[in-house]
Design a binder for this molecule. Structure first.
Ligand code: NAD
Length: 544
């Protein structure tokens, strides 16, 4: 194709966060979404592998089910084998030739259109797919699949533009320029189940910067992953720019990670999987054309700590929301709390009252605050932690599980006297929060304890009305969290407002939905032009 590049320094349509709809009884958005949910329940799409824009039904299939009703199949999907991965690498190389030459405005227009389609006619489809496939309540689906994904698609073009305008200085007689090239090769995007928007962003942000992508969606987020791909296709994404590869992660990764043209990995998921991928890349060094960019946002063991001056109700509500919304399956979910002895009886009793009030069940019933955990493996893992809690600590509320029709785990509050107890240190990824009660006089020591207790450093929150205590928390917890909250819960980061990511075992902290992330997907070329080059090789100092 010939690129359309009219002159002009273009600005973008204003990028503001997509407003969150309320879905209150009687609202038009509620009626529309419920109609889409009903229709989708009987649709069961047959999801193909997509390579170079072509849908391929490999015949090697698996089923996706609703976590809250595991007898209900939401989709069948075809799995890519090693030969499909090789074909996808070839298709991405073909597509790269044109896509990496498109102007940034042309690429941006695809994502800006996708955002508007998503905010409008596609909203119900993406929300319903996220509710049925990942067991999110309407609110959790709305803030993820509709709002966060639209935000990624609108804010990233603005950050890209900002990045492209960063240019070197030029002194007299020369013009220095930076060209932000796409990486040579393909980017391998591997997404988790817990956020529909993350799938769109892992594949979308490298593509926006001119790269072509192999996207392996999570098996347990297949329905929303498929509609995300279709949304981008409808927005005008050319064939082969993002290749959609459901299937066995190990088999797909074996081919992708050992290929000479691997230019980058864009991963979100557990720390163990990311470490294994990094290890594979390390072993393959020497066989790549360039050094692959490795970006991974991984696990967390997120904390909330109350100072004796904290507002008890604000803290208790913050913990309940942060620990139990989406069944504790957010990387930012609160899973350990530190409460001074003086406040503990009130915090405990208020939390127990809220936990007893929480409704859990089928997300089609909008009165529910919680749905089911994602699958049998997660259910068993969390149940194992609960059994440990029963044996070695005290369960103050919840603790029950039921996998009869869906994978349900009650919101659970555990108390331990041992601050290094497993449930205080390990990522559980379920609706379980463990409390450690500290002596009011040991604020400083407790901050140090929070900092060293887990290998992660993703999110954390401090509640206090005392500025001196807050200042100490800021300093002592500087490296304990990449997203740090003051008098607010540790979940709910918004694109453009709280760039997201953590350090230590929580990932490379490249801040999804920010310029820092986009920087990883470009390889700058410096260009120096001299207008009137010298004609004499000799310098003045050489004169007699
Ligand atoms: P997961 O690690 O099980 O899976 C993530 C992706 O990796 C999936 O697509 C999966 O199929 C793939 N995968 C699994 N095994 C693989 C292997 N051996 N080789 C290559 N790919 C493989 O994670 P999950 O259960 O989908 O998501 C939950 C995890 O993600 C939690 O640890 C959570 O903290 C983390 N998470 C982190 C962030 C963040 O921003 N830091 C955001 C969301 C989720």
């Amino acid at each position: 194709m010939s690129t359309f590049s009219p002159s002009g320094i273009r600005t973008l349509p204003p990028h503001v966060n997509e407003p969150i709809k309320g879905y209150a009884p009687g609202s038009p958005e509620r009626a529309a979404l419920q109609a889409r949910l009903k229709a989708m329940e009987s649709e069961c799409p047959d999801i193909p592998v997509v390579i170079g824009g072509k849908e391929i039904r490999t015949g090697d299939t698996a089923k996706a089910v609703s976590p809250h009703k595991h007898g209900h199949v939401t989709a069948t999907y075809h799995k890519a084998g090693p030969e499909h991965v090789r074909q996808a690498i070839e298709a991405s190389a073909q597509a790269w030739k044109e896509w990496s030459e498109w102007t940034w405005e042309q690429r941006a227009s695809v994502f800006l259109k996708a955002a508007d389609l998503l905010a409008g006619p596609w909203r119900d489809t993406l929300n319903a797919a996220t509710m049925l496939g990942q067991s999110k309540t309407v609110f959790q689906a709305e803030i993820d699949a509709a709002c966060e994904m639209a935000d990624f698609f609108r804010f990233n073009p603005a950050y890209a533009r900002e990045l492209y305008t960063e240019q070197p200085v030029s002194t007299g007689g020369t013009w220095n320029q930076l060209e932000y090239r796409a990486l040579e090769g393909f980017v391998y995007a591997v997404s988790p189940f817990n956020f529909t928007a993350i799938g769109g962003n892992l594949a979308g942000s490298p593509a926006l910067m001119g790269n072509t992508v192999l996207w392996k969606p999570a098996a347990t987020a297949m329905l929303s992953g498929w509609y995300t791909y279709k949304l981008l296709e409808e927005a005008g994404l050319p064939p082969g720019v993002i290749n959609f590869l459901p299937g066995d992660p190990v088999a797909i990764s074996d081919v992708a990670l050992s290929h000479r043209d691997l230019a980058g990995v864009h991963f979100t998921g557990s720390t163990g999987v990311f470490n294994a991928m990094w290890g594979t890349i390390g072993r393959n060094m020497g066989s790549y054309r360039s050094y692959p960019r490795i970006v991974g946002e991984t696990g967390g063991k997120d904390f909330m700590i109350a100072h004796p001056s904290a507002d008890v109700q604000a803290f208790a509500v913050g913990v309940v929301r942060a620990a139990f919304e989406y069944q504790g399956q957010k990387c930012s979910a609160c899973s350990r709390i530190y409460v001074p002895k003086s406040l503990w009886p009130e915090v405990r009793d208020r939390m127990i009252a809220m936990i007893q009030d929480i409704r859990m069940g089928d997300v089609n019933d909008f009165r529910n605050f919680m749905g089911a955990v994602i699958d049998a493996r997660a259910f068993d893992r969390i149940a194992g932690y609960l059994a440990d809690g029963k044996a070695n600590a005290r369960i103050l509320a919840g603790g029950g599980t039921d996998k009869g029709t869906g994978y349900f785990v009650q919101p659970t509050l555990v108390q331990t006297e041992d601050p290094s107890y497993r449930l205080m240190c390990e990522e559980i990824f379920g609706p379980v929060v463990t409390a450690y009660v500290y002596d009011d006089a040991k604020w400083s020591e407790t901050l140090e304890l929070v900092d060293r207790t887990s290998p992660y450093a993703l999110t954390g929150a401090v509640f206090s009305q005392d500025r001196t205590a807050l200042a100490e928390a800021h300093a002592k917890l500087r490296h304990a969290a990449g997203n740090f909250y003051v008098n607010d819960k540790c979940t709910g980061a918004v694109v453009g407002q709280q760039p997201f990511g953590g350090g230590r075992g929580s990932g490379t902290n490249d801040k999804a939905g920010s310029k820092l992330n986009l920087l990883r997907w470009v390889s700058p070329r410096t260009i120096k032009e001299t207008f009137v080059p010298p004609k004499d090789y000799r310098y003045p100092f050489m004169a007699e």
